[in-house]
Design a protein. Sequence first.
Length: 243
Amino acid sequence: MNAALRETLSPFRHACGGLKVRVNGEACVLRCSGALWVPERRTLIASDLHLEKGSAFAARGQMLPPYDSPATIAKLEAEVEALDPGTVVLLGDSFHDSRAVDRLGGDGHARLGRMARGRSWIWLEGNHDLEALAGALDRLTGEVVATLQVGALTLIHEPQAGASPGEVAGHLHPAARVAAYGRGVRRPCFVTDGGRLVMPAFGAFTGGLDVRDAAVAGLFGVPPLVAALGRDKVHAIGWDRLA
């Protein structure tokens, strides 16, 4: 293959046009993947991977393509490769149910293990994976915790009621619908008022809850910033622009 043709056919991954914000004073980058990067702490955070959700649905007779776990792991691998974090925190519901670790299989375990090599790897407990993580560290690398402090940020899976300065949580899978060019576009999103942050789901087969739902909107005393995930850019959207 000549050089010109090789260059034409070579895949190109666009650099993420992440959105830089401060949460409780801590510098953060909201990544296109749905991950959060805390540069001063060299910490990468991803929430709600829901690995093996597809196989859980298949066991109940709802046949979905069995590619969600490889796709989600590949996306996480790309973030680890791009940022070389010292610490990776998976913010709960990393596995969809109690048997998901078994269904993930050896290849999935090996890929997670390779990513964890040479860095701190932390699994936060979520409502879906409490039981899964309890007996899985013989096959998974890392440490299991309920909450974690990273600088000025308090990492927890489920948002807590009331004012929680510095809280970074997942669980709700926020998504925003924006009207543009005569049609509606619905995208996973970050939601923050600068005091706390709710993260989008990172998993390939995860749905989303409208940010205007009281479960999300009620966490904020003022209209928050919505940061919707685009293909190669995170789009800052004002509350009044939501469809």
